[in-house]
Design a protein around this ligand. Structure first.
Ligand SMILES: *Cc1c(COP(=O)(O)O)cnc(C)c1O
Length: 351
C-alpha cells in the first residue's frame, strides 16, 4: 500500500454557511474526509475527498452485525494560529485494540498520522482559535462487505470526519447508580470503543432521563457493587483529598483523559488511588462528608462534574467546591492542549 494520500479538494467551502457561535455538537462537518478501503486482505489507496454520503450495499455487515468501532479526539488552535493534537497515537492504538476485539483489521499508524494531519491541514480554517473552541475528530471503521453471513467481513472502510465544536457546559449532572442494567460484561467488549456499546446504553439512559438523571454510573455486571464508569466517561471520586478511580479492565474503557488526569494529579502532589471502589463506600463517604467530588472524564467535555447521585431511591447531593480538583485538572489539561503552558509530557503534537 502506498502512503501517498490522494487528495481531491472540494470545489467550494461550506464554511461561510456555518454559525460558529451557535454550534450544536456533532451536526456540522468540515469540507473534507479521509477514507481508505480494506479489501483483498489489505488497505488500499488512502484518499482525502470532499465530505459526502457513502453508498453501501444494504447487506453490508455493519448494518446487521454491528462490526463498527470509532474514536473521539480533538484539534486545538493556539493564539498564533498553530494547530495541535493531543496524544493522537493513543487514539490509533486504541482503535486498533477495539478493531482486534471485533475481528476487524488494524490500520497502519503512519497512514493514520499522515492522513489525519493532511485532513486537518486542508480544513484548518474550521479550527477556530480561542479557549473552548476545537475541532472534534471522529475516526471510525465499518464492515462494508456485501454479505450477510454471520462471520467477520472481508471488506471495511476506515474514515475520519471532523466537526467544529465549542466548549459545552453540560449543566448540573445528576446520575443514577446502575442496579439492574449493565454497560459491559466480563469477557465482553466494554474496553473497546465499539458502536454497539453506545446503542446498548441509550435505553437505560433514557429511563434515567425520565427520572431526572442525565447519566448512569455503571457498576460491575456481576454484583452491581463496584463503580465503573459514568455514562460514556471514566469516573473519579474525591474522598477527602484523595482521588479514587477504578482500574481499567475488560469492562472499562482506558480513557486518554483519565490517564492524563492521573498523571497530572500525581505530579501535582495529589494522592491517587487506582483501585476498585464500592457503592457502599461512596454512600458512607457521602454521609460522613468525606465525599467532596465526583466527575466524569473524556475528550468531549474534559471533565464533567456530577452534582448528585441516586441509589435505591435515595439521593445524595455533593457539595459544590470552588477550588475543585476537577477544575484544576481541566485548566491544566486545556493549557497543555491550547499551547498555553509547558507540556512536560510530550502530549501535544503540532500538525
Ligand atoms: C471514549 C470513552 C471514554 C473516554 O475516553 P477518552 O480517551 O478520555 O476520550 C470513557 N468511557 C467510555 C465508555 C468511552 O467510550
Amino acid at each position: 500500500m502506498t502512503n501517498t494520500i490522494e487528495i481531491t479538494k472540494a470545489q467550494t467551502s461550506k464554511i461561510h454557511e456555518v454559525d460558529f457561535e451557535n454550534l450544536s455538537f456533532g451536526k456540522v462537518f468540515t469540507d473534507h474526509m479521509f477514507i481508505c478501503d480494506f479489501k483483498n486482505g489489505e488497505w488500499q489507496q488512502p484518499e482525502i475527498t470532499p465530505y459526502a454520503p457513502l453508498t453501501l450495499d444494504p447487506s453490508a455487515r455493519v448494518f446487521h452485525y454491528g462490526q463498527a468501532v470509532f474514536e473521539g479526539m480533538k484539534a486545538f488552535k493556539d493564539d498564533a494560529n498553530k494547530v495541535w493534537l493531543f496524544r493522537p497515537e493513543d487514539n490509533l492504538l486504541r482503535i486498533n485494540k477495539s478493531a482486534e476485539r471485533l475481528a476487524m483489521p488494524e490500520f497502519p499508524k503512519d497512514v493514520f498520522m499522515e492522513g489525519l494531519k493532511a485532513l486537518i491541514n486542508l480544513d484548518e480554517a474550521w479550527v477556530k482559535p480561542g479557549f473552548g473552541n476545537s475541532l472534534y475528530i471522529r475516526p471510525f471503521v465499518i464492515a462494508t462487505e456485501p454479505a450477510i453471513a454471520a462471520s467477520p467481513a472481508l471488506e471495511y472502510k476506515f474514515l475520519i470526519i471532523c466537526s467544529p465544536a465549542q466548549s459545552y457546559y453540560s449543566g448540573d449532572v445528576r446520575v443514577l447508580i446502575a442496579e439492574q442494567f449493565s454497560r459491559s460484561a466480563n469477557g465482553g467488549v466494554g474496553f473497546a470503543k465499539a458502536a454497539g456499546n453506545y446503542a446498548a446504553q441509550f435505553y437505560p439512559t433514557s429511563l434515567a432521563n425520565q427520572e431526572g438523571f442525565q447519566q448512569i454510573i455503571w457498576t460491575d455486571a456481576d454484583t452491581h457493587e463496584f463503580l465503573e464508569e459514568a455514562g460514556t466517561m471514566n469516573v473519579f471520586f474525591r474522598i477527602n483529598d484523595t482521588l479514587v478511580t477504578a482500574p481499567t479492565n475488560e469492562r472499562i474503557l482506558d480513557g486518554i483523559t483519565r490517564k492524563s488526569i492521573i498523571q497530572i494529579a500525581q505530579d501535582s502532589g495529589i494522592a491517587v488511588e487506582v483501585r476498585p471502589i464500592k457503592v457502599s463506600e461512596l454512600i458512607e463517604a457521602s454521609k460522613s462528608g468525606a465525599l467532596k467530588e465526583i466527575f466524569g472524564s473524556g475528550t468531549a467535555a474534559v471533565v464533567s462534574p456530577i452534582s448528585a447521585f441516586s441509589y435505591k431511591g435515595d439521593v445524595f447531593e455533593i457539595p459544590k467546591d470552588v477550588k475543585s480538583f476537577s477544575s484544576i485538572f481541566k485548566e491544566k489539561l486545556l493549557n497543555i492542549q491550547y499551547n498555553k503552558s509547558e507540556d512536560p509530557y510530550g502530549w501535544r503534537q503540532s500538525i
